[in-house]
Structure formats: structure tokens, C-alpha cells
Design a protein around this ligand. Structure first.
Ligand SMILES: [Zn+2]
Length: 321
């Protein structure tokens, strides 16, 4: 019984650690590279391993930097009802209406994406390869997070409706089960985003509109499955963990009408298009002629510190609420 409790706790801990899941974030950045034009592929293709591996740095940074958490979500329901017209779309205007503490408390992902676009554009202008790669990897993460319905909803882990664990279920368990074998990530080309603020908010509002469905369908399915059918115990990384059973995952995915695949595809297109937009706005610099090609000692130290902070937080389960 004690062992069962431990396994359950371990599962609850593990399910909530990785927004979009480490797996999905890495896949999104990876597949986004293939949507770029040849002038950008000369840089991104040889560095696809870095772009993909470091897609999860912002999640690791949450353990090291206090202000990081707010960059990954927005509890948009705090600001009224869909389409949340009273919430200003630009950060400057939002700040005028609400104070900084309020914006930080309820999350800033739509505005942080604009900050990242500005920084990446500057890095392209400086022709700074190390900065371009780091910022591209980071920006991909925030854009992908904005596509997740539960990142745009205060009931982010079903904690208000007794659906604890649904966050990891939607964005980790199901992509890990289905993406490699059943989902298609070969998409069209990256496009220029004329109005990044408008584009971002369109995706945020889509996520907000989908959040109810994400929660409702899990609730309905749970009523038609016994606990034994809903969960299974499976080996993973040398441990037996409790997780959502495959038949429950497949039923949920079907009822969602492939929403998760669709949001992942849209994330991939959006990430590539934001990278492309930054490059165009910087004047389309020649990416064969860059400076600062290798990562500095400071960069390497930062990567190591992020890993250490994450591993420490991971062990303590600090990110589980
Ligand atoms: Zn995140």
C-alpha cells in the first residue's frame, strides 16, 4: 500500500513537470527548422540539435529565475470572458490599465513573445550566431506554450475541477504516445507575420476557447471509465509509474478530434514563421557570414546552471502545483 502511494505520488509529480512536455517542445523546434527558406537553413540545419535540445531551457530556467514562470502562461479568464476585449493587447497599454504585479501574477506569455521577437531581430542585425541560436530556441518554447489551452486558463492543471494531472496528460502523455507514429509534421513553408501582436493574440484566443473542451471531455470520459481502466502501471526509466492508460488516451484524443496534433502543427508553423519574420525584419542578413560562432564560457556555464537548477527542482518536485 505504501509502495502504491509512493508510485502514485511519483506519477503526480512527474506528470506536471514539463509544460508541452520536454518531448513535444523539442519536436516543435526540430520540425520548425524544415519550414525555413534555404538562406536560413544554412544556419539552422547544422544546428538543429541545439535548437531542439534547448527548446526546454525556458522550463529549466523556471527553477533558477523567479520572473521566468510568468513568461509561460496567461490566466486569461482573470480578465473577464471571451474574447477578453477589455484586456489591452499591447504590454504598454496593459500596464497602463493593470499594474505590473497583476500582469506578472496572471502571466505574460503573449507579451513575452513580442519581447523575444525584438531580441531575435536585434541578434540577426548584430549577426551574432550564438545569440541567434539561443534566442531562437527560447522563442520557440514560448510560442509553443501559447498554443496550449491549459496555458491560457487559470484551471491549468484541473486543480479547480478535481482533474489533477490533465496538464501533463494533454501535452506530454498523448504526444509521447502518438506523435512519432501517427502524427504528421511535414508542413508548408514559414510565412512572414505582418502583425505579430495580432497573430499572437489570435492563437491565445484559440487556446482560451479550447480550454473548456479540454477539461469537459476528460471529465466525461472519466465518468465512463473505471479507475482501473483510466490508469495503468508501466515501466519508465527504470521505475514503474502510474499513467493514463493507452485506451483512455486514444479515446480522449479521438473525442478531441485530434486537437493536440493540430495545435502542435500550428505551433511548428508559428515558430518557423516568427524566426523568419525576425530575420526579414533584420534585413535578411547573410547567415553564412556571422560572428560569435561558438558559445562563450558564460553561455556554457549558463546551460550547466540551468541543468543543475532544474535537476534540483525536479528532485524536490517544486514545479508541481
Ligand atoms: Zn513553458
Amino acid at each position: 500500500m505504501k509502495k502504491l502511494l509512493l508510485i502514485t505520488l511519483l506519477t503526480i509529480t512527474c506528470q506536471n513537470l514539463f509544460p508541452w512536455g520536454f518531448y513535444a517542445h523539442k519536436q516543435i523546434n526540430y520540425y520548425a527548422v524544415f519550414l525555413l527558406p534555404p538562406e536560413m537553413l544554412v544556419l539552422y540545419k547544422p544546428n538543429i540539435g541545439f535548437i531542439s535540445d534547448h527548446a526546454v531551457d525556458p522550463d529549466k530556467r523556471r527553477y533558477a529565475v523567479a520572473a521566468e514562470g510568468a513568461r509561460h502562461y496567461i490566466d486569461i479568464d482573470h480578465y473577464g470572458v471571451y474574447p477578453f476585449d477589455s484586456l489591452p493587447r499591447t504590454y504598454t497599454n496593459a500596464l497602463k490599465k493593470y499594474n505590473k504585479d497583476t500582469l506578472q501574477k496572471y502571466g505574460i506569455v503573449p507579451w513575452h513573445i513580442q519581447t523575444m521577437l525584438f531580441r531575435l531581430t536585434a541578434a540577426f542585425k548584430e549577426k551574432d550566431q550564438a545569440k541567434i541560436l539561443k534566442l531562437s530556441a527560447d522563442m520557440g518554447h514560448y510560442i509553443a506554450d501559447a498554443h496550449v489551452p491549459l496555458h491560457v486558463c487559470s484551471n491549468h492543471n484541473g486543480q479547480l475541477t478535481n482533474q489533477h494531472g490533465i496538464h501533463g496528460f494533454w501535452e506530454s502523455r498523448i504526444p509521447e504516445l502518438l506523435a512519432a507514429t501517427s502524427w504528421d509534421f511535414m508542413l508548408g513553408k514559414a510565412g512572414y507575420i505582418t502583425n505579430p501582436v495580432y497573430f499572437t493574440w489570435a492563437r491565445i484566443l484559440e487556446s482560451a476557447a479550447a480550454a473548456d473542451t479540454v477539461l469537459r471531455i476528460e471529465r466525461e470520459l472519466t465518468a465512463s471509465f473505471t479507475a482501473d481502466q483510466k490508469y495503468s502501471f508501466e515501466p519508465r526509466n527504470g521505475q514503474v509509474i502510474r499513467q493514463y492508460a493507452t485506451p483512455f488516451c486514444l479515446a480522449y484524443n479521438q473525442q478531441l478530434n485530434n486537437m493536440i496534433e493540430r495545435r502542435m502543427r500550428q505551433s511548428i508553423s508559428a515558430v518557423a514563421s516568427f524566426w523568419y519574420t525576425a530575420w526579414v525584419n533584420a534585413g535578411q542578413p547573410d547567415l553564412k557570414q556571422l560572428i560569435n560562432k561558438s558559445f562563450s564560457d558564460d553561455d556554457r556555464r549558463e546551460f550547466e546552471e540551468l541543468n543543475t537548477a532544474w535537476l534540483k527542482g525536479h528532485v524536490k518536485g517544486k514545479d508541481c502545483d
